[in-house]
Write a protein that binds this ligand. Structure first.
Ligand code: CA
Length: 282
């Protein structure tokens, strides 16, 4: 290959976001095999449960259906642990069926990320950097009958990174905020800080290709916050619990679908980043 073609190839690879050299995990659920055989673990609790379904799919015929009958019901869907990586990219598609209107919880976990291979068996449990991602979050001052998911809260151990979606952030259905009846593409990019107490960690989140959150000063590992351990991201789960807290029980059983789960060590956005919105860059 000529030097000029090599350069063009490299440039194309960078800007197209293809070439998944860093792919860790990819699952469109199309094997149709029982969920339990496709994942390392599925933990259902409080009456929540996950099942393989053909009712709705983002790709092909199959997706995961999560059922939430009551407050604090949940399910955690865990791929097998992977080699520690300082950077982790996640993509998944989520669809909220009609019924969430007026029943959006205070918080709904969309994923959790750990710097241990198995949080349950790690001792001590508390001092490893991690993130609880809630791309559905209504602040505690909200009323309990919103028609849309209005914000997010990504908790990094004992610190909440809350953010309200901008009305100018327009997603694939042509509308702002998180609503029912649309497959949302959630993409998350996390880079650990270079050392404990150094504020250079990264957290960026895109919804349908729109960059909705960008923070390049995340102190994942921090002495003051008591989270000093973790050499890299090593495990995660999709799904999570419906947490009504102040807003209480859902008034009707709620259904959420997830499809095309993807993990990578590299920033594998499906689209070129769009021009930034007026979000706060920290
Ligand atoms: Ca599928």
């Amino acid at each position: 290959m000529k030097k000029s073609s090599l350069f063009l190839f490299a440039l194309t690879s960078v800007f197209s976001g293809i070439g998944y050299a860093g792919a860790i995990y990819s699952n469109g659920l199309e094997s149709g095999a029982p969920l339990k055989s496709q994942f390392y673990d599925i933990n259902n609790y409080g009456g929540g449960f996950a099942e393989l379904t053909t009712e709705k799919a983002h790709s092909g015929s199959y997706a995961i259906k999560i059922n939430y009958p009551v407050n604090e019901a949940g399910t955690e869907i865990k791929p097998v642990a992977f080699p520690a990586t300082p950077s982790l990219f996640t993509r998944k598609y989520e669809y909220y069926a009609p019924g969430w209107e007026g029943n959006w919880p205070v918080g709904l976990k969309t994923s959790r990320y750990f710097t241990t291979p198995d949080y349950k068996t790690t001792t001590p449990q508390g001092n490893y950097a991690y993130m609880s991602e809630k791309l559905i979050w209504q602040t505690y001052s909200s009323t309990c009958n919103e028609q849309y998911g209005m914000g997010m809260n990504n908790a990094i151990f004992n610190k909440d990174l809350e953010y309200k979606y901008l009305p100018s952030a327009i997603y694939g259905n042509g509308l702002p905020y998180i609503r029912t009846g649309h497959w949302y593409r959630f993409e998350t990019w996390m880079v650990l800080n270079s050392a404990v107490d150094v504020a250079d960690g990264v957290l960026k989140i895109w919804i349908d290709g729109v960059l909705v959150y960008s923070n390049e000063a995340v102190m994942w590992k921090s002495t003051a916050r008591g989270v000093t351990q973790g050499d890299g991201w090593q495990s995660m789960w999709f799904g999570g619990n419906y947490s009504g807290a102040i807003c209480g029980e859902p008034t009707t059983p709620l259904v959420r679908y997830i499809d095309d789960l993807y993990l990578s060590t590299t920033l594998d956005l499906l689209e070129k980043p769009a021009a930034p919105l007026g979000f706060i860059v920290k």
